[in-house]
Design a protein around this ligand. Structure first.
Ligand SMILES: Nc1nc2c(ncn2[C@@H]2O[C@H](COP(=O)(O)OP(=O)(O)O)[C@@H](O)[C@H]2O)c(=O)[nH]1
Ligand SMILES: [Mg+2]
Length: 200
């Protein structure tokens, strides 16, 4: 699978700025600092495309990228980088502004093909299960990706991922995809899942 083009289109701070047209969309959600920007860069093989920020919670907009691949199953789509949620460092009033934007995006888009939820491979976040339940309830059951799996010791890896799947209530039909933006592990599996998956 070759990425022919991958480019930033725009940052949306209001729903009226969401893209027009009918290209399929793949949206990425996750807690701030979970490794979302790194994963997007790794997936698209473009180093600085999505900013990798050391300050958690900086991106509050819905960022739209346009992607063209050489694969007919997913040749042209929009990659949507949704703002991270759950920052301690962002004030309540700011949070109140952008949380509805995520919800508007997820509930309004007919073009939305897949929602990818990123969780940390090492730790089961308190909110992760709730987020899956919420996404499922609004009609967007997510594809779940465990990030930063290079940080798992080989001896703990299998049990850690199993614990994660159990904690998230995932079953064998929808196992977590183990990903590392450092080693590139999981990239092929994630692409395969994205090509396959269609929201029902
Ligand atoms: N070891 C390791 N660190 C990662 C990985 N992905 C991201 N990071 C680090 O985690 C931090 C947050 O990454 P970033 O992509 O900005 O997360 P975002 O806030 O979710 O967009 C940065 O310091 C990254 O270098 C990974 O796969 N492995
Ligand atoms: Mg980021």
């Amino acid at each position: 699978m070759k990425i022919l083009t991958a480019e930033f289109i725009r940052s949306c701070v209001g729903s009226e700025q969401f893209p027009k047209g009918n290209l399929p969309e793949v949206a990425f959600v996750g807690r701030s600092n979970v490794g979302k920007s790194s994963l997007i860069n790794s997936l698209l093989q473009r180093k600085g495309l999505a900013k990798v920020s050391r300050t958690p919670g900086k991106t509050r907009a819905v960022n739209v990228f346009s992607v063209v691949t050489d694969d007919t199953l997913l040749s042209r789509f929009l990659l949507i980088d949704l703002p991270g949620y759950g920052y301690a460092k962002v004030s309540k009033s700011v949070r109140a502004q952008w949380a509805p934007l995520i919800e508007q995006y997820l509930t309004q888009r007919e073009q939305l093909r897949t929602v990818v939820l990123l969780v940390e491979g090492r730790v089961l976040g308190a909110q992760d299960r709730e987020t899956i339940d919420w996404l499922s309830a609004i009609g967007c059951p997510p594809l779940v990706v465990a990030t930063k799996v290079d940080k798992l010791r080989p001896s703990e890896r299998v049990s850690a991922l199993r614990r994660l799947e159990e904690g998230l209530g995932l079953d064998d039909r929808a196992p977590v995809i183990a990903y590392s933006s450092v080693t590139g592990e999981g990239r092929d599996r994630l692409w395969a899942a994205l090509k396959q998956q269609r929201r029902t």
